[in-house]
Design a protein around this ligand. Structure first.
Ligand code: ZN
Length: 81
């Protein structure tokens, strides 16, 4: 394995800490985003009007009145209806 100067190791350590902090911030941010899906429109299913929904975080379509993903398949956000 290649040996880095100590200054490089120090910087790597700083980066690691910053990333950890960043992850915590993202986690906090995620909690601020509501879990309720966003109503995007109306669909017709067997003659009935049903609402269609999108992920509150990334906006991907995640289902409708009949069936809805418990987690967004794109970003993993937990969805509660
Ligand atoms: Zn999403």
């Amino acid at each position: 394995m290649k040996q880095y100067p100590e200054a490089v190791w120090k910087k790597l350590e700083e980066i690691e800490l910053a990333m950890e902090e960043g992850n915590n911030l993202l986690f906090e941010l995620d909690k601020l985003i509501p879990q309720e899906p966003i109503k995007t429109g109306v669909d017709i299913y067997k003659g009935f009007f049903i609402d269609t929904f999108a992920c509150p975080k990334c906006g991907r379509a995640i289902g409708d009145d009949m069936i809805i993903f418990p987690h967004c398949p794109a970003c993993g956000k937990a969805i509660k209806k």
